[in-house]
Design a binder for this molecule. Structure first.
Ligand code: HEC
Length: 138
């Protein structure tokens, strides 16, 4: 009798552990992307379009560009400070002005960039709130 209770208990624990397969890092990334989509829709979509394609000759695309996939510091600074120079993106020249979005919180900037880096065919690491804070405080 005692051993069967023990067996049932062990089975129960095994089932509970195997069904709880959650990976905290993966969950945090998913949540950040979900929040970031809302920030994107409200803040970036008007210029960079729903699928990140941009508008030819006006607003550059966010698909696999060296800014989106490259150095996170440069990318974060584009949102914190805006961008006002002639740049070449995927063989097209852009020279419009992107305004700064420093009014967004560190978390919102981290989320929107994590969303952009994981949408429109992009795949790159998460941007964290701490990384944004560090650059804003500079
Ligand atoms: C008012 C229109 C506008 C809005 C809104 C806007 N951008 Fe931009 N963005 C631009 C323009 C124009 C450029 C190119 C600036 C230049 O040539 O100096 C640009 C450049 C960029 C670049 C670098 C070039 C590239 O395509 O990789 C990134 C990354 C970027 N924007 C991300 C964002 C994100 C994220 C948001 C929302 C937080 C945003 N932008 C909101 C107009 C906009």
């Amino acid at each position: 009798m005692k051993s069967s209770i023990l067996t049932v208990t062990i089975l129960f624990i095994a089932v509970v552990f195997s069904s709880a397969k959650n990976n905290p890092a993966q969950d945090a990334l998913k949540l950040s992307i979900e929040r970031g989509k809302k920030v994107y829709d409200n803040t970036c979509l008007a210029c960079h379009q729903v699928n990140g394609s941009g508008v030819p000759g006006m607003n550059p695309p966010l698909k696999k560009t060296k800014w989106v996939l490259g150095d996170k510091k440069v990318l974060i600074n584009i949102v914190l400070k805006g961008l006002d120079q002639e740049i070449e993106v995927n063989d097209e020249t852009y020279s419009n002005v992107m305004p700064a979005f420093a009014h967004l919180s560190d978390q919102e900037i981290a989320d929107v960039l994590t969303y952009v880096r994981n949408s429109f065919g992009n795949k790159a690491s998460q941007v964290t709130e701490a990384e944004v804070k560090k650059l804003r405080d500079k």
